[in-house]
Design a protein around this ligand. Sequence first.
Ligand SMILES: CC(C)(COP(=O)(O)OP(=O)(O)OC[C@H]1O[C@@H](n2cnc3c(N)ncnc32)[C@H](O)[C@@H]1OP(=O)(O)O)[C@@H](O)C(=O)NCCC(=O)NCCS
Length: 183
Amino acid sequence: MLRQQINPGLELRLLQPTDAPALFALVETNRQTLRTWLPWVDATTKLAHSQKFIAEALRDREKTRAYAAGIWSSGQLVGVIWHNRIDWANRVAFPAYWLVPSAEGRGIMTAACQAVIAHAFTQLKVDRVIVAVATENHRAAALVKRLGFTPISTLKKAEWLYDHFVDHHIYQLLNPNHPTRPL
Ligand SMILES: CC(C)(COP(=O)(O)OP(=O)(O)OC[C@H]1O[C@@H](n2cnc3c(N)ncnc32)[C@H](O)[C@@H]1OP(=O)(O)O)[C@@H](O)C(=O)NCCC(=O)NCCS
């Protein structure tokens, strides 16, 4: 996915090296809130870290088709949605995403996820999409349920968040057009 206009005020666009200052500024301004659920925030302390994220995402895209897109609302970068990885042997995509707090509550991420999932099912042709949500991250759980994901398991102590472990609920969404193999 290079670029997708979701509606007149909302666009997904592949992150480019020139977006690094805007991305870093977003993290810098919102780090206290973002670090509640995102493990990489404290390690993102300078522009070079955002540059590295974008460079690695562009490299991954070349190798695996996993990409990172910025979410632009009314021309402002408000978050990121990307594939942590795509498991091609098993045709599974593992997206991840975040929004700054000021952009929450308007359906932006629901629309962004719908676009990324539709792309994964129709263009990448994966069989399913899997996301992990911390068990206490109720906003993220509401999002995946709104998108039609179903819970399939729970991982205890799945992720270290700075000074404590969190458990994860694992959710999946199956490709309705591509039921190639029994699960
Ligand atoms: C998880 C996260 C992306 C959810 O953001 P969000 O704003 O709740 O999700 P959306 O952008 O889809 O907005 C949904 C809200 O907009 C409302 N909304 C308004 N118009 C809407 C529309 N057209 N479609 C859907 N929802 C709409 C919904 O009712 C909901 O409101 P509520 O919060 O009062 O229930 C965000 O909280 C976040 O980035 N958190 C930190 C990082 C994180 O946890 N990432 C996920 C790790 S698994």
